[in-house]
Structures are given as structure tokens and as C-alpha cells.
Ligand binder design. Structure first.
Ligand code: NAD
Length: 297
């Protein structure tokens, strides 16, 4: 299938590569030259612009940072037309970025008016899952649209869930990430307390992993450097899932909670902790670096 893939960052790069490896004709694009160069080195064709990538594509997949990037790309900005004007009628758009459900719904409505299918399909599983092709997709859209997307999603992920109508994938995603943000702070707090008492972080992590404190942040994404190989904490908190992206997701969760009058006290606290961390200049580091605010420098 002819696919346009736009947004080749920590997640989009390996996702586009998996589609290329599966034999699809991928035309990729990113505003960042280094991101394009990295994928070109793996043999993926790079287009000169998002519009060029979308030319004649049957499916357009986006993996962009936040709501404003998705809205500006598809609907246009500063008087310039958006990408929807350049996508063939009948094409399928899969947006895997984590954005506001309301933005997904707005873009889906405009797409529908142009005869284009649009689904939200945010992911979980981190960069490791993107590379391994084992991501979890949370899809918002009709059953028919999901079935259209499924063969492509299966090349990038291992679990595909239909959360509901368009926007529902985003709602599921921010519930998950609110929990993840809280778990990472709690895990960091517990390890920092143990280390302050002279415990070995590896031994403590193993004890908690096999006890009632076990959780994904502790087991798969340990925030303490050196406890696990191949996680951001053991690579200077480079790559992975940026603190500013976690801050964005916790902000989306708070906006949503306010709209439906839900009580999310720990989500609110976690958002403020990541905001403090970002204000100290750590926004670009992986979110597991939140442990820094709980440790002696
Ligand atoms: P990233 O910052 O590494 O990559 C985003 C890329 O989008 C960048 O390379 C940037 O240059 C590009 N970009 C921005 N605007 C563009 C435009 N108009 N046209 C073309 N390219 C554009 O971010 P990421 O970690 O890959 O995350 C992408 C999305 O996936 C975010 O919404 C994030 O919340 C979500 N997510 C990330 C992870 C993770 O572990 N990193 C996990 C699940 C979900």
C-alpha cells in the first residue's frame, strides 16, 4: 500500500520503518532534517514536504507532538490550506499522536466533509514497543474504519483496541498516561527513599517487583540509572518519552477532568511535579528523570 508517514521522532521513526520492512511503499516526512536522515539511512523514501508525501497515498499516518501540530497540519494555519485539501478522496488518515479528543473530533469532521476517513489511534508501549512492533493501539472511529486500518496497525503493534467513536482512543490514552505519570513519581519516590537509607536500587527494585509494589514503571522502565539496560535512565535519560510530552498528557487529563467534573487529585499533583521538573530545564529529558527532583543532586 502507498503510505504517507508524517512525524519521524522517537516513535514515528521506528513505526514508519516497520511499515517499510513489511513491504509497504512508504513516503516519509518530518520537519527535522536529522529525523529524515536517520530514516533515509534505513532505506525509507523521504518526501520533500507533507503534501508531497500525501500525493496519491491511500493511507496517511501522523505521529506528531501535540494537538496544535495535528490541527495545523490537517486544517491549515496562517491562511495556508491544510493537508486535507491535498489528500485523495477515499483515503484513510490514522493519527497516532496523543492529542485532545476534541481536536481529533474536529479534524475527523472536516475529513468526513472531504470524503476522507479519519481515526484517532494513539499508542502505548514506548519507544521499545515502537521498535519491536508491539505497540498497543487505542482506536477511536467506526468499526469499518478500524477494520480498514487494522492491517497497517498490525504491522506496528501487538494489541489493537476499539475504544469507541472518534476521540475515544485519546480519552483512553490520557487515562492510561495519567496513571503512568503517577506510577513513575511513586516508583521514583520509593527507590529514592530506599537509596537514601543505603539500599542497593537493584535489590530494592527486585524486592518491590516481586511484592505488591510491582508496576510497569518499576519493571519495564526503571527510573534509577543502572538498574536496567536499554532504558532511558541508563542512557542519561535521552530518547524515550519526553518530560514535556508527559506534562502535555497530564494537562490533557486535567482539562478533561474539569470538563466532566471528575476528581483526579493525584493526576493534578503529578502534572505539577512534571511542570516543576520541566521549569528546571529538564523538559527534553525522558519523563523517568522525574526521580531527579526526589534525589540529592
Ligand atoms: P518526538 O518529539 O520525538 O517526535 C515528534 C516529531 O514530529 C519530531 O521529529 C518533529 O520534528 C515532528 N513534527 C512536528 N511537527 C511536524 C509537522 N508539522 N510536520 C512534520 N513533522 C513534524 O515525539 P515522540 O516521542 O515520537 O511522540 C510523538 C507522539 O506520540 C506524541 O503525541 C507523544 O505524546 C506520543 N507518544 C510518545 C511515546 C514515547 O514513548 N515517546 C509513547 C506513546 C505516545
Amino acid at each position: 500500500m502507498k503510505i504517507a508517514f508524517i512525524g519521524l521522532g522517537n516513535m514515528g521513526g521506528p513505526m514508519a520503518l516497520n511499515l517499510h520492512k513489511a513491504g509497504h511503499e512508504v513516503q516519509a516526512f518530518d520537519l527535522s532534517q536529522p529525523a529524515c536522515a536517520k530514516l533515509a539511512a534505513d532505506g525509507v523514501a523521504i518526501a520533500a514536504s507533507a503534501t508531497a508525501a500525501a500525493q496519491g497515498a491511500e493511507a496517511i499516518i501522523t505521529m506528531l507532538p501535540a494537538s496544535q501540530h495535528v490541527e495545523a497540519l490537517f486544517l491549515g494555519s496562517n491562511g495556508q490550506p491544510g493537508l486535507l485539501a491535498n489528500i485523495a478522496k477515499g483515503a484513510l488518515v490514522i493519527d497516532s499522536s496523543t492529542i485532545a479528543a476534541a481536536t481529533s473530533q474536529k479534524v475527523a469532521k472536516a475529513a468526513e466533509a472531504s470524503g476522507i476517513d479519519f481515526i484517532d489511534a494513539p499508542v502505548s508501549g514506548g519507544t521499545g514497543g515502537a521498535i519491536a512492533g508491539t505497540l498497543t493501539f487505542m482506536v477511536g472511529g467506526s468499526t469499518a474504519q478500524l477494520e480498514r486500518a487494522r492491517p497497517l496497525l498490525e504491522k506496528m503493534g501487538a494489541n489493537i483496541f476499539h475504544a469507541g467513536a472518534v476521540g475515544a482512543g485519546q480519552t483512553a490514552k490520557i487515562c492510561n498516561n495519567m496513571l503512568l505519570g503517577i506510577l513513575m513519581v511513586g516508583t521514583s519516590e520509593a527507590i529514592a527513599l530506599g537509596v537514601a537509607n543505603g539500599l542497593d536500587p537493584k535489590v530494592l527494585s527486585e524486592i518491590m517487583r516481586r511484592s505488591s509494589g510491582g508496576n510497569w514503571a518499576l519493571e519495564k522502565y526503571n527510573p534509577y540509572p543502572g538498574v536496567q539496560d536499554n532504558v532511558p535512565s541508563s542512557k542519561g535519560y535521552a530518547g524515550g518519552f519526553g518530560t514535556d510530552l508527559m506534562l502535555k498528557d497530564l494537562g490533557l487529563a486535567q482539562e478533561n477532568a474539569a470538563a466532566v467534573k471528575a476528581a483526579t487529585p493525584l493526576g493534578g499533583l503529578a502534572r505539577n511535579l512534571y511542570a516543576t521538573h520541566s521549569l528546571s530545564g529538564h523538559g527534553a529529558l525522558d519523563f523517568s528523570s522525574i526521580i531527579k527532583i526526589l534525589q540529592k543532586p
